[in-house]
Design a protein around this ligand. Structure first.
Ligand code: HEC
Ligand code: HEC
Length: 245
C-alpha cells in the first residue's frame, strides 16, 4: 500500500511543491473536504477532483481561490477560516490527484490497445465513451496514474486499490444487501458506489452488518494471463490515454 502511494506521488509531477507539502495538504483535505469529495477525491456529494482538468481549477491559484471563497450559488462552501498557506497546500494536493507527465515506455501503445480489447477490460472500464462503468473510467488514466501504478493495478489489483478505496458489503436491518466501493464514511453514515456506478448512502443505525475487505478488488488479476510483452504494450496503451483525441 505504502509503495503504491509513493509510486503514485513519485509520478505525479508536483514539481513546485515538495512531497511533504502535498502530504500536509492531504491531511487538511481529509479534515475539510473528504465528506463531500470523498477520501481519495473521487467524488460524492461534490464532484470528482482526481482528474487532470477541473472546470474551476486551471491552476493551483485558481483552486486555492475556490477553497477560500467557495463557488457562489452552489454547495461548495468557502473556507475563510483557513490561512492562505493552508489553502495553497490543499490546492497542491488536489492538483497532485490529477497529473502524470509523459515518459518513454518500452511497450507499443497500438498493440496494447488490441490487448485491452481482447482481454475484456472494456467490460468494466470506459475509454472514450465505450465500455462499461463498473470500474474507474480510463479515458485519462495516463494523466492520472503513472506506468508503475497501472502495471500493478493489472497484475495485483488488490495491492493497487487506491488508498481509502475500500470494497464493502452492507446488509441493512430491512434485509437489503449492497456491495461496492466505499466513497466516504463518518461516525453515523457510510456512502458507497455500487458496480453500476450508483451512489448509496446509509445511516449506520439502519444497518445490520458492514463487512470491509481491505486489499480486495472487484477486478480480476491478469498475472500469468498476459505475457511480459503484452503487459508492456498494455501499460504503454494506458499511458497514452490522456483524454486527448
Ligand atoms: C458541503 C460539501 C462540500 C465541501 C465540504 C467541499 N466541497 Fe468542493 N465542491 C462541492 C460541490 C457541490 C462542488 C460543485 C460546485 C458546482 O456546482 O460547480 C464543489 C466544487 C469544488 C471544486 C471545483 C471542481 C471543478 O470541477 O472545477 C474544487 C476544486 C473543490 N470543490 C475543492 C474543495 C476542497 C479542496 C474542499 C475542502 C477545503 C472542498 N471542496 C470542500 C462541495 C463541497
Ligand atoms: C470485472 C471488472 C473488471 C475488469 C474485467 C477489469 N477491471 Fe480494471 N478495475 C476494476 C475495478 C472495480 C477497479 C477499481 C479498483 C479496484 O477495485 O481494484 C479497477 C481498477 C483498474 C485500474 C486502476 C484505475 C485507477 O484509477 O486507479 C486500472 C489501470 C485498470 N483497472 C485497468 C484494467 C485493465 C487494463 C483491464 C484489462 C486487462 C481491466 N482493468 C479489467 C474492474 C475491472
Amino acid at each position: 500500500m505504502l509503495a503504491i502511494a509513493l509510486l503514485f506521488f513519485g509520478g505525479a509531477g508536483v514539481s513546485a511543491q515538495t512531497p511533504e507539502d502535498v502530504n500536509q495538504g492531504k491531511k487538511l483535505y481529509l479534515g475539510h473536504c473528504s465528506p463531500c469529495h470523498g477520501q481519495t477525491g473521487t467524488g460524492g456529494r461534490g464532484p470528482n477532483l482526481a482528474q487532470p482538468r477541473l472546470k474551476h481549477g486551471a491552476s493551483e491559484e485558481a483552486i486555492a481561490d475556490v477553497i477560500k471563497n467557495g463557488i457562489a450559488g452552489t454547495e461548495m462552501p468557502g473556507a475563510w477560516q483557513l490561512s492562505d498557506r493552508e489553502a495553497a497546500l490543499m490546492a497542491a494536493y488536489v492538483r497532485s490527484l490529477g497529473r502524470v507527465e509523459r515518459v518513454d515506455l518500452p511497450g507499443d501503445a497500438v498493440a496494447g490497445r488490441r490487448v485491452f480489447e481482447r482481454s475484456g477490460c472494456g467490460q468494466c472500464h470506459i475509454v472514450n465513451g465505450e465500455g462499461v462503468a463498473m470500474g474507474p473510467e480510463l479515458t485519462e488514466i495516463g494523466v492520472r496514474r503513472n506506468a508503475e501504478y497501472t502495471r500493478e493495478a493489472i497484475v495485483h489489483p488488490g495491492a493497487a486499490v487506491p488508498e481509502g478505496y475500500l470494497y464493502v458489503e452492507i446488509a441493512t436491518a430491512a434485509g437489503r444487501t449492497v456491495s461496492g466501493q466505499r466513497v466516504n464514511e463518518d461516525s453515523f453514515t457510510i456512502q458507497i458506489r455500487d458496480s453500476t456506478g450508483r451512489y448509496h448512502s446509509f445511516r449506520k443505525q439502519e444497518l445490520k452488518e458492514v463487512r470491509k475487505f481491505s486489499g480486495r478488488s472487484a477486478m480480476p488479476s491478469y498475472q500469468g494471463r498476459l505475457g511480459e510483452a503484452e503487459l508492456d504494450n498494455l501499460v504503454a496503451y494506458l499511458a497514452s490515454l490522456r483524454g486527448e483525441p
